[in-house]
Design a protein around this ligand. Structure first.
Ligand code: CP
Length: 301
């Protein structure tokens, strides 16, 4: 396996299944994360140039659980505020002996950084609207935890797909599996890149999209990524695209409801978030185990 995780396409189907299987070793029978002193001599830098709660904290906890030293890089108090570039910033960390850089950045810089700084490993923790490979892995693990495999499942993704790096990495990842169907659903103006998807079908009518679904993934509107202010009546949007208990009745009885977070309760009601079908809080916890597996593999290679 390569020493960087830049995109989900860096992984074969077997690599993905191996990482998910490996991640199960880091959760004990009580659901607690194991602390393993596997990499006491390794330094991981958590470089987040966009906001994050789940990804940043789970990488920090995962690295700490593995015995690594963790640099919690704060962009707001870094020399980026004095005009230093992301390249100079990461190179400085490299020269100080950081072994692996976990990077979230609004632009596509990670591949060039990885090529320029071959001594370090890089793990993509979110690349603008483009990709979020560890989220795809933890989403696949959560589905497998509940459905045993990805095979033959009817999967529906609903929301602001155009701005969703979660969607792009997940769709790319599950294209390797024999799923039943993939339906991409949302306001047509938020799904312009998915009208004729390579994998799956676009459906603007949420009630039709939800028919016989095994897995429903909901996504918030990413207001921060729209170039022009969004001219949208939220009540009209909610009547068409908010996942409510009534709408969920079209899906299978044992459907699981997912959301990568953060949740705005425009795209999903509180009742569905709190329902027995919701696995959203398990997705958050799975983030730690999956990132322990990812760090172990890429620190060890
Ligand atoms: N899912 C996800 O990336 O969440 P954060 O932005 O909180 O890291």
């Amino acid at each position: 396996m390569a020493k960087n995780l830049l995109s989900i396409s860096d992984l074969s189907k077997q690599d993905m299944l191996d990482l998910i299987e490996f991640s199960n070793n880091f959760i004990d029978d009580q659901g607690n994360f194991r602390k393993e002193d596997l990499f006491p001599d390794k330094i991981v830098a958590n470089v987040f140039c966009e906001p994050s709660t789940r990804t940043k904290s789970s990488f920090a906890i995962a690295a700490s659980n593995l015995g690594c030293s963790v640099i919690d890089f704060d962009i707001n108090t870094s020399s980026i505020q004095k005009g230093e570039s992301i390249y100079e910033t990461v190179d400085a960390l490299n020269l100080m002996g950081v072994d692996l850089c976990v990077l979230r950045h609004p632009e596509s810089v990670i591949r060039e950084l990885a090529e320029s700084l071959p001594k370090m490993s890089f793990v993509n923790a979110g690349e603008g609207s483009i990709s979020h490979p560890t989220q795809a892995l933890l989403d696949m693990k959560t589905i497998i935890d509940h459905k045993n495999s990805l095979d033959n499942l009817n999967i529906v993704i609903i929301g602001d797909l155009d701005h969703s790096r979660v969607t792009s990495s997940f769709v790319e990842g599950i294209a390797n599996f024999d799923i039943g169907s993939l339906t991409l659903c949302g306001h047509p103006e938020m799904c312009t890149n998915y009208q004729n998807p390579k994998t799956g079908n676009y459906e603007s009518d949420m009630n039709k999209a939800l028919q016989d679904a095994d897995v429903v993934m909901t996504l918030r509107i990413q207001h921060e990524r729209f170039e022009n202010e969004l001219n949208l009546d939220l009540e009209t949007y909610k009547s068409s695209y908010q996942l409510s208990s009534e709408k969920l009745e079209s899906a299978k009885g044992d459907v699981i409801v997912m959301h990568p977070g953060p949740v705005n309760y425009i795209e999903i009601t509180e009742a569905v978030y709190d329902s027995e079908n919701s696995v959203i809080r398990q997705q958050i916890a799975n983030g730690v185990a999956v990132r322990m597996a990812v760090l172990s593999r890429f620190l060890g290679s």
